[in-house]
Design a protein around this ligand. Sequence first.
Ligand SMILES: Cc1ncc(COP(=O)(O)O)c(C=O)c1O
Length: 336
Amino acid sequence: MIDLRSDTLTAPTAGMRQAMAHAEVGDDVYGEDPTALRLQERAADLLGKESALFVPTGTMANQLALLCHCERGNEVLVGEGNHCVLYESGAGAAWAQVQFTVVGSGGLFSADAMIAAIKPREYHFPQTRLCALENTHNRSGGRIFPQAEVERIASAAHAHQLAVHLDGARLWNAAVATGQSVRTLASPADSVSACFSKGLGAPVGSVLAGSRDFIARARRYRKMLGGGMRQVGVLCAAALYALDHHVDRLAEDHQNAKRLASGLANLPNVRCNPQAVETNILVFEPLKLDAPTFVAKATSLGVRMNPISATHIRAVTHLDITKSQIDEALSILARC
Ligand SMILES: Cc1ncc(COP(=O)(O)O)c(C=O)c1O
C-alpha cells in the first residue's frame, strides 16, 4: 500500500527509536526532564523566541495560543480553511471561546484584507484580538505564505493592537522550500507552533514558542488541559533526532510531490496543476469520478489518499514514500 493520506503516517526510523530508547529522562511536570529542557531550549533558539514548550499535538499548541492571546468573546482573524476552524473539533469555541472570522479566500490573505476585517473598538463589535496565520497552509495544498505579506500583516496587526500567531505545523517545509530559516519565517509572529510529527517524522509532539511570560501562561494551560507529561524525554528525543536528521531531506518530499503532480497533469482522468505544488501536499481533481469514488478505487488498487471534498483529493508525500513509489502510484492512478 502506498499511503499518501498524510505526512503524519510516518513510523519512527531505527535511528530515532534508538535515540528514544536511550533518552535521559526525569519528571517534566517537576521541570526535571533534561531531554525535554534541551528540546525546548533548542526549539526556542531555532524559532527565535525567548521560550518554548513541548506539547503532545499541534492542536494543543494552537489552542494554548488562543487561550494565552485571547479572552472569551474575542475575534480571531484567520484564512479560509484554517486548521483551528476546520480540524480542531471546535476547540476554539469550547476552550478559549473565541469567534473566528475568515479573511479572503484560499487560505492566504493580504494585510489590506486583514485590516478591513478588524472591527471598530466600539462595544457592539467583538474585539478583534488575534490574527492567526498558517505556513504552510494545509487545506490549500501546502502553500507557502509569502514572507513579505506575513511581515506586512504582522506590522499592521501590531499597529491595531492585535497579536499574531503562526501555525507552523509544517514551517520546516516552508523553510526548506524557500531557503529561509524558520527563525526568519517566525520572526514577525508573537507566537509560533511547529510540529515534529508531520514531515519531520517523529511519532508525537509539537512545540509552542513565544515570550517567556507567554510560555509560562501556556505551561499552566497545558497542565489544565491534561498535557503535563512525566518522562516525556522519550518523545523529545525523537523530536531532537528529527531536527538533526530529517529537516534537509524534506526537499525530497517536495520533489516527490512535484513528480506526482507532473505525472498527474499528463493523465486524462484527473486535473492537476504542478505549478501550484510548493511543498509536500498536492490537491487534484478527478474528472470522471467524484473524489470519494476515485479514492475508493485507488485504495482498492494500492494507493491511499484523502478526499477533501466531493470534487478534490489531497495527496501528501513524506519520509516513508520513495520516488519509485510515486511512479508506481502514478501507474495505478492512471487506471482509476
Ligand atoms: C496546519 C496544521 N496545524 C495544526 C495541526 C494539528 O496537529 P496535530 O494533528 O498534531 O494536532 C495540523 C495537523 O495536520 C495541521 O495541518
